[in-house]
Design a protein around this ligand. Structure first.
Ligand code: DPP
Ligand code: ZN
Length: 871
């Protein structure tokens, strides 16, 4: 499999000014006719190659003239015209098979609905085309299908014609006036219900909004529609960006490789990110729906109007659009809580990636399969890189930069450098020093140390940065690290920061742009504690030698809520790692009462937002703890965390019970952030009470399960029960199944929660669930719910000492790779961690991975992940 390199980028040799497509839809034999107005670019010579895969070419003409057999060649990957004229119309007719398309790239069927997924390179599975993001064209699309099977026919842009064909079929013609790359093409056809509304834009244009769903699901669209309207309004208010067509469609389908897709005016969504009502969706589901509906909508400008020159620039649209959806959620909900959740996600997914064999820069330099680069680094670290530019320039400066970016590049396919240049030029600033954030992989580690001198009343703070080598990048340079910070006095009050005689107020941003930086703060008359990287101002790992007392001081008094949360997390991490060391030495681990008391104070501090309290008393995950040690003591991490949770549950049981009772919902369900925050705290209390695993706790959880009137409470109770073997557990799981067995999305939760259980029989249960009628290897959501949750959300069972977890997952991934390589490769990434494990498990995991790597006919997707993981 060939490696594609950024350094080898060449502009396209032909432009496609106009595309006319016509589809005759049939499940196993759809005909696609394409008329392409092709024009050779100035100064270009040589043959014309179009991408095309899994296409059965039926006819080909140039300006209506059939081509002789030696005028073109067809290979597995495309079509080449040896000497094409400089300007002509190419017409091809191909036959494709949507039913056989289990890869879910190109045109396929989901529960009988025809739909497409073209990003990144799915369009080449629909027709021959220069399938690259820097070829922009206008599209006219004719869709023909049976009136019976496909009453609804959709594509991008405006519906311009519709007619009955008289033979039981009908056709619709769609035109998209905005030139777009092929990855934004979409077609949907089938039996669909719609949920409709309108939005009036800031210039007074009325836009028809429609969400299309499988029959019967329209009642579950209200929240997604509300989120869409709020997204449209927010983009106008905050970014001055208005929607540009008269119609905006969203379609929700059951089977989808990704979360959703921003096709111009026809977004296609994984149904789990659209459908919601209180009985079927958790608060986390509601928050995800809001974020993803926003994300795809925001792509209309950041991604569609201005797109990527090549796939190495993916973060140009994704990092920026994630930043925009994060800000949207922060403006809709609690900013502090959103920031904490985003940092948790970054640490859980991106930091391990950056520290493992698949590490790559935000703008990668090479790939084998682009689908493998829809990563936490490109998305989430990419968003952090945007966030730092936002912090550097301020909201006004950043918006000036955005304005210039659109003035310069609307309708173009551009690079990350173009984005930074717009930011720099709009603000008259040199930003070249910032660019290594795009090109250097690995998470910088910043080590802090400080010393207070009572005589001179100074506090000397030293920050040092270093980044470990990553594959293909041995030498690392110092990055510009913006460190927002303050000093918290021993009395809990913020100190004024005086540097070089200048009073900077209570907070400043230090710029660490060399290996090391030393600052001497003056007039510090007590042993103040530095509060560093407030708001997570830079995506770094901070090593700071806080004592227990200093952590407690920051947990209770830091004026920055993120930093308060972080102080608790770092304290918990140090404590848990100490317990892990004790367990490894067969010593009884020491449970720190001061820590539990500090947790208790946050728990009961009613001046704090309940959502914040819920996060602040949640311990760092097993995966996060695993990141902090080599080799990873899998069993001891699990054991230490269980013991500490149990101790917290026991010690604080009175407060927890009281809170659990006090926070009861008062009837009507409200999906808003405040009500969700109360449910979160209440359920966190339930989970701690459940950690004691006493009969009373089990009874309480069972009662909560039985009387739950919303999915958030039901799932929290079920999560407690699935960890406690016994009749209550079995009764609840059976009840859940009977209630929701006909609901595709909710059944994913039932599969996932069983796959994540820490009980010893989990693997056997997961294997048995493979035969459940609702499970299918052809449905990505089911595979992720059952196999993905086991591999990524159940460290103790996945890493079973006998290797049974690894063997099971690898067997399934070998099977999945033949059906859907993209989803298989995504799950395979978890095997890259074998080097961090103790020798026995490392060997077992590596052996399983090697077995997959040697499989005959392995996809390019899985080959790339396996090869890099074994290198
Ligand atoms: N569906 C993916 C996203 O929206 C790819 N563009 O991020
Ligand atoms: Zn996106």
């Amino acid at each position: 499999h060939a490696v594609i390199r950024l350094s080898e980028y060449a502009a396209p040799s032909y432009a496609v000014a106009g595309v006319a497509l016509s589809f005759d839809l049939a499940p196993t034999g759809t005909t696609v006719r394409a008329d392409l107005k092709i024009e050779r670019s100035a100064g270009q010579t040589g043959p014309l190659t179009l991408d095309g895969e899994a296409l059965d070419l039926k006819s080909i003409t140039i300006d209506g003239q059939p081509l002789g057999d030696n005028a073109y060649t067809v290979t597995e990957t495309g079509l080449t015209l040896a000497d094409a004229p400089s300007k002509f119309t190419l017409t091809t007719e191909v036959l494709i098979d949507p039913v056989e398309n289990t890869r879910l790239e190109g045109l396929y069927q989901s529960n009988g609905i025809f739909c497409t997924q073209c990003e990144a390179e799915g369009f080449r599975r629909i027709t021959y085309f220069p399938d690259r993001p820097d070829v922009l064209s206008t599209y006219r699309v004719t869709v023909r299908g049976s009136k019976d099977v496909c009453p609804i026919l959709l594509s991008n842009g405006n519906l311009v014609e519709q007619r009955d064909l008289g033979d039981g079929r009908h056709e619709a013609v769609w035109e998209d006036p905005f030139p777009k790359p092929s990855y934004l093409f979409a077609l949907v056809a089938g039996k669909l219900d719609s949920y409709e509304d309108t939005f009036t834009t800031m210039s007074g244009r009325k836009v028809d909004l429609k969400i299309w769903v499988e029959p019967g699901n329209a009642p579950y669209c209200a929240y997604a529609m509300d989120a869409l309207k709020r997204s449209m309004k927010w983009d106008e208010d905050r970014f001055g960006l208005e929607y540009d067509l008269d119609i905006f469609n969203i379609v929700a389908v059951s089977d989808f490789n990704m979360g959703a897709m921003e096709n111009k005016s026809l977004n296609v969504f994984n149904a789990k990110y659209i459908l919601a009502d209180p009985e079927t969706a958790t608060d986390a589901d509601y928050a995800n729906i809001e974020a993803i509906v926003g994300h795809e909508y925001f792509h209309n400008w950041t991604g569609n109007r201005v797109t990527c020159r090549d796939w190495f620039q993916l973060s140009l649209k994704e990092g920026l659009t994630v930043f925009r959806d994060q800000e949207f959620s922060a403006d809709m909900r609690s900013r502090a809580v959103k920031r904490i959740q985003d940092v948790r996600m970054l640490r859980a997914r991106q930091f391990p990636e950056d520290a493992g064999p698949l590490a790559h820069p935000v703008r990668p330099e090479s790939y084998m399969e682009i689908n493998n680069f829809y990563t936490a680094t490109v998305y989430e670290k990419g968003a952090e890189v945007i966030r730092m530019q936002h912090a550097l320039l301020g909201e006004d400066g950043f918006q000036k930069g955005m304005k210039l970016y659109f003035e310069r590049h609307d309708g173009q396919a551009v690079t990350c450098d173009d984005f930074v240049a717009a930011m720099a030029d709009a603000n008259g600033r040199d930003m070249t020093g910032f660019k290594p954030w795009y090109s250097q992989a690995g998470t910088p580690k910043v080590t802090a140390s400080w010393r207070h001198d009572a005589t001179s009343k100074t506090l000397t703070l030293t920050l040092t940065q270093a980044t470990e080598p990553t594959p293909g990048q041995k030498q690392k340079q110092a990055l510009p690290i913006p460190m927002r910070m303050g000093l918290v006095g021993s009395d809990g009050k913020p100190c004024n920061l005086i540097l070089d005689g200048q009073d900077l107020g209570a907070e400043t941003v230090l710029m660490l742009d060399e290996d090391s930086l030393t600052c001497v703060f003056e007039g510090v008359d007590n042993a103040a504690v530095p509060s560093l990287n407030r708001g997570f101002s830079a995506p770094i790992v901070l090593k700071a030698p806080y004592s227990a007392a200093e952590s407690i001081l920051l947990m209770g008094h830091d004026p920055d809520p993120f930093a308060r949360w972080e102080a608790g997390q770092q304290y918990a991490t140090a404590l848990l790692l100490g317990m892990v060391a004790d367990l490894r030495e067969k010593r009884e681990p020491v449970l720190d009462e001061g820590f539990i008391a500090a947790f208790g104070r946050i728990l009961t501090d009613s001046s704090l937002d309940p959502a914040f309290r819920s996060l602040a008393i949640t311990l760092p995950s097993e995966d996060y703890l695993a990141e902090q040690m080599r080799p990873v003591a899998v069993d001891e991490i699990h054991e230490a965390r269980q013991r500490l949770r149990k101790a917290i549950g026991e010690t604080l049981s009175r407060d927890l019970s009281r809170l659990h009772a006090e926070l009861a919902d008062d009837g009507r369900f409200d999906p808003g952030a405040d009500a969700a925050g109360r449910r979160a705290l209440r359920n966190t209390a339930l989970i701690y009470l459940g950690a004691a695993e006493t009969p009373e706790a089990v009874t309480l959880a069972k009662t909560r399960y039985d009387i739950a009137d919303n999915m958030t409470d039901r799932m929290a109770a079920l999560a407690v029960l699935t960890e406690c073997a016994g009749p209550e557990r079995e009764a609840a799981l059976a009840d859940f199944h009977d209630r929701f067995k006909d609901d595709e999305q909710v059944m994913d939760k039932w599969f996932a929660i069983q796959a994540m259980s820490g009980l010893p029989d989990t693997l056997d249960r997961v294997k048995a669930l493979l035969d459940h009628p609702r499970f299918s290897m052809k449905k990505p959501n089911k595979v992720r719910a059952l196999i993905g949750s086991f591999a990524m959300g159940n460290p103790i069972r996945f890493h079973a000492a006998d290797g049974s977890g690894y063997d099971f997952v690898i067997d399934k991934l070998i099977e999945l790779d033949r059906l859907n390589p993209q989803v298989a490769a995504r799950l395979l990434g978890t095997f890259g961690q074998w080097r961090r494990l103790p020798a026995d498990r490392a060997r077992l995991m590596k052996t399983a991975l090697e077995r997959l790597a040697e499989t005959e006919g392995l996809s390019r997707d899985s080959t790339e992940i396996a090869t890099k993981s074994l290198a």
